[in-house]
Design a protein around this ligand. Sequence first.
Ligand SMILES: Cc1ncc(COP(=O)(O)O)c(C=O)c1O
Length: 387
Amino acid sequence: MTAKPEQFPAIPMPLTRPAFDEDEIAEVRKVLASGWVTQGPAVAAFEKAFGERHQVAHALATTSCTAALHLGVLALNLQPGDEVIVPSFTWITSAHCAEYVGAKAVFCDVDPTTFNIDVKSMEAALTPKTRAIIAVHLFGLSADMDAINAVAKKRNIPVIEDAACAIGTTYRGKPVGSLGDLACFSFHPRKAITTGEGGMVTTQSSDLANEVAAFRNHGANRTKSTTDPKPWSMGTFDHLGMNLRLSDIQAGVGLAQMRKLDTLLAHRRQCAQGYHERLGGISWLRRPLEPQGYGHMYQSYVLWVREGGMEFRNKVMLHLEKEGIQTRPGTMAVHNTAFYRDKYKLRPEDFPQSTACEQQTITVPIFPGMAEKDLDRVAQALKSVSA
Ligand SMILES: Cc1ncc(COP(=O)(O)O)c(C=O)c1O
């Protein structure tokens, strides 16, 4: 049951439209019939499938990528006064996760050709207080993990991959999710697979996995729980934990989605290729780049408007809206948001490339089931804008 276009009456061509069929319904039915709707076998099976696909020893399902990032900084034991380096051009929770534990989000700039972390700017942001780096694989393109890890390793700083957008992508042939100390994924409906809301932490480290599991589950420390449980055994609670567990109902949806992942990824890449061929002749825009060795799964297809700054970019977006095509800016420059601007007295020019990315990017629709004629329609609308 692919969601029907008429369920989105206000937006003839939405940015995204999740694809479900009888598979998801069957999995959810199974979970409901079993009566085991949380902390059960569907979550375990979803975690196993996701972990195997990303070649990691541990995968822990959670309620969102924001929750996954929060669990990541807790597992790394970040403290008030610690600093965490975050590229400014990202979704805001890449930075918020540091602030949740009283640490400070310290921004660096991005490379506008890839939209990912600028390693020189990242190095310039290092201080003796730096305790973690958040490496974002924005829009599904992997960040330069070798360069980031080399800097981090020299100073013994852990790296969290924010792989919210990058399910199933690769870097130099290896799946993302296994390239830093921890990685965090999102199953929001704009991602390659969705459980409505949902997220996953992946790691190769048993110690970090145990910490994540404890913070996810009210602080119950699974390594210290008794091996001979009695009816009165409550386990050991030595963390200030939360409840950030994914339900088995959602995991059932996730399991069915995982079986389609390769097909969904192939289709996204086909759509990206289709856009690439159609948009080559438009002088005022730059198509997304895919450097050699860096996987791109096109969670978003993001265009760079070369001319006319934000004013012209907005004109293009309004034109597409009139044509019934939904668009969004690529994402935000987090240092320009009121929270960070006011807290740390930041100015747009402090991270000029991130500010330019915020002002000069457009995301166009890409979703399961998108057809050639849909690509034609978006391309035609873009071509009919005059610079
Ligand atoms: C880079 C990045 N990080 C984190 C998130 C947060 O994900 P979630 O909505 O699952 O909390 C998003 C969401 O789009 C994202 O794009």
